[in-house]
Ligand binder design. Sequence first.
Ligand SMILES: C[S@@+](CC[C@H](N)C(=O)[O-])C[C@H]1O[C@@H](n2cnc3c(N)ncnc32)[C@H](O)[C@@H]1O
Length: 392
Amino acid sequence: MQDLTNKVRKFCEVEFGINSETMSVSTWKKIIHERMHHCSISQPNDYWNFLQSSPEEYQALVEAVVVTESWFFRDQAAIDFLVPFIKRQTHRVRILSIPCASGEEPYSIAMTLVDSGIDPDCFHIEGIDISQIALSKAKQAIYGKNSFRGDKQKHLLAHFSKEDECYALHRDIKNLVTFNYANVCSSAFLSFPPIADVIFCRNLLIYLNKKAQVDLLTAFAHALGNDGILIVSPAEADLCRKLGWVKSPQPKLFIFQRHAVEHSKRAPVIKAIVREIPQKTSIAAKELKGLEVIQKLADEGTFQEAWKLLEKFLGREGLADPDAYFLAGVIKHACLQEELAEKYFLKALYLKPDFVEALTYLALLAERRGDDHQAQLFRSRLERSEKYVHSE
Ligand SMILES: C[S@@+](CC[C@H](N)C(=O)[O-])C[C@H]1O[C@@H](n2cnc3c(N)ncnc32)[C@H](O)[C@@H]1O
């Protein structure tokens, strides 16, 4: 039995990324024993062979191992953050809830966006999970009291109808979310993750092993590009930081942007750009040191502190330093304050008309605003500047 327990634990680690140590050995044994009993199998070897040949048993084991607990409005602050984010976008925003469990999270997002007056045509929400049981509950959208914790009476009244002891979600909200099955630790998902603007990945990474955590966050980086955002739970924030993601400066928001992933030719990532700031000879050594300190803080993702110092630096009378303004733009961009970021990039460009990195950012920001004409102007200027730089 011990041998089978070890094999099944390893199987779950490899197949669906679980960290087998999140459950005690006795819990593993209990699960395996129940599965064998359910399949009327008494010999450990027979169960092992059956598990590998039966997709139904594979799924039944998944259902026995995963924790599908979820409730409505579990992270209201993060969902509220989406409202201005979506209002700023010029395209239909694609939001993924991975994992969505029985649908409480994606439906909470849909309710909040609709209640904030956002046109449902402006976003699309997709929930993904490995549990078929949770997904079918999500598609049904009928919930018991346990899915509502805290004071959510307002939403209950507005979006649900009481049916006996349960609450049925109204069709208008239900229709805003689609649900799909996927094992997000499978090579199929990791190789082709769905493209998204926002990924909610709350309370999954904590259950995964190191390899699965790294693989999944790398896939998310591909899926989100440079501008997309990843929302995790507080317990998962440190992991994201360690893997180079940059946290939003707000203390209670665990919102991250992709950072220093080198495969894309889209906008240069914050870290790469900050590091590329040319060493200035025109400013005093003392000032250069100051800017380097700020740059290091930004590099580490401590934007609030970096900004405090930079504000002082920028406040100096007669300051005409394009690198300082560029760094201000990078920090504001990382904090998702795109209008301000643009203002600083323009100042940097004014002081240094062939500033390639500033032009790159400005072209991308104009593109995101949907201003193709302006984006094209920055891009042709960029081409000229790059030609000039390379021919020097
Ligand atoms: C605790 S729930 C989190 C639900 C929701 N995000 C929340 O925070 O309330 C964890 C979910 O992760 C899903 N899950 C675990 N491993 C998975 C995998 N490899 N692929 C997809 N979903 C997985 C489980 O089925 C379960 O529904």
